[in-house]
Write a protein that binds this ligand. Structure first.
Ligand code: NAD
Ligand code: TYD
Length: 339
């Protein structure tokens, strides 16, 4: 089978590429990625040595390029990870989020209709549900929870998610949608909470916690997300939405303290900074459906996953040092200097 993985040079997409090469050795994996600031060919160095792997550089919103990808590679399955993915950047510049996340999804699905496909899978996010109050630990997002977005990022992801379901209903496109909670693990871009805190702590730099740090995220080890998507491709029902999460809720401040403890660094490095605009309070997934219907359960507990992640950043210094010494420096200055 030929599987196109868009956004495969980013965090979760690259982990999914490696997951497929390991667990589906009979399949051909084609990574289609525009290599934006978040895409990184170094991440795919090992994959590129595998003869079942092909890399094609291109934008999902570029109709011509996408058509030529389909003509050339004849995919039977497309898994769409390609997106602008960072909430803080979406607050700065929403335009590119609409272009890539919404229009890019449309262009990809139009090609799927034109060339024919066995499955189009849209990688969505729990952020489409908005947030939950901090004082109601009994509430969780299910697949039928209303969409209620907060940031330009989540609004663009919700737009793409709804468009995917519309293409199923209107044109009969064989789609599935997954809405996963926050991921962590190897190849996570340094702008996001967990890698940012690990990397800053390693450099004895301040750890910028937004507001009081009481916002809650539901963390899932990236390999568990990859396994869930693979299972949806194998056994999921067309037209269905699957929530993915492992009931692992943590306050940001507690995650930061765990990282400091693991690295033997003092809590005095923590600096509370101005809160994010429209900051979602709590995300919490109810994964009952994917567990009951497909038998999925997460395999990696947070205390194991976070140690493995910290170890990965310790042993892959060159990977992140290259990133933080480039354009990322300007982003960091814009976002955090005088915050
Ligand atoms: P990422 O920012 O690390 O990677 C995104 C990748 O997409 C990069 O390789 C980038 O070059 C590529 N890309 C961006 N615009 C493109 C375009 N126009 N055409 C082709 N490629 C393009 O993101 P991530 O954290 O790996 O997230 C992947 C997907 O998973 C996204 O759709 C995101 O919304 C979703 N998701 C992420 C999380 C999370 O915790 N990170 C949780 C749930 C869902
Ligand atoms: P992030 O990794 O950006 O993911 P998301 O906003 O999509 O959940 O942020 C996770 C949480 O960490 C979120 O509540 C914002 C917070 N945060 C900080 O406190 N400081 C930071 O420097 C960053 C990047 C995030």
């Amino acid at each position: 089978m030929n599987i196109v993985v868009t956004g495969g040079a980013g965090f979760i997409g690259s982990n999914f590429v490696y997951y497929l090469l390991k667990h589906r050795p009979a399949d051909r994996v084609i990574c289609y990625d525009a290599l934006t600031y978040a895409g990184n060919l170094h991440t795919l160095e090992a994959a590129r040595k595998n003869e079942n792997f092909t890399f094609v550089r291109g934008d999902i919103a570029d109709r011509e390029a996408v058509a030529s990808l389909f003509r050339q590679e004849k995919p039977e399955v497309v898994v769409n990870f390609a997106a602008e993915s960072h909430v803080d950047r979406s607050i700065e510049t929403p335009d590119i989020f609409l272009k890539t996340n919404v229009l890019g999804t449309q262009v990809l699905m139009d090609a799927c209709r034109q060339f024919g496909i066995r499955r189009y899978h849209q990688v969505s996010t729990d952020e489409v549900y908005g947030d939950l109050p901090l004082d109601r630990p009994d509430l969780f997002f299910t697949e039928t929870t209303n969409l209620h977005t907060s940031s330009p990022y989540s609004a663009s992801k919700a737009g793409a998610d709804l468009l995917t379901l519309a293409y199923h209903r209107t044109y009969g496109l064989p789609v599935t949608v997954s809405r996963c909670s926050n991921n962590y693990g190897p190849y996570h871009f340094p702008e996001k909470l967990i890698p940012l805190m690990i990397i800053n702590a390693l450099q004895d730099k301040k750890l910028p916690v937004y507001g009081a740090g009481e916002n809650v995220r539901d963390w899932l080890y990236v390999e568990d997300h990859c396994a869930a998507i693979d299972l949806i491709l194998q056994k999921g029902k067309v037209g269905e939405i699957y929530n993915i999460g492992g009931h692992n809720e943590r306050r940001n401040i507690d995650v930061v303290k765990i990282i400091l403890k693991e690295l033997g660094k003092p809590e005095s490095l923590i600096e509370h900074v101005t809160d994010r605009k429209g900051h979602d309070r709590r995300y919490a997934i109810d994964p009952t459906k994917i567990h009951r219907e497909l038998g999925w359960l997460p395999q990696t507990k947070f205390d194991v996953g976070i140690k493995a992640t910290i170890e990965w950043y310790l042993t892959h210094r060159q990977w992140w040092e290259t990133i933080i010494s480039g354009e990322y420096r300007n982003y960091y200055a814009r976002m955090y200097d005088e915050r």
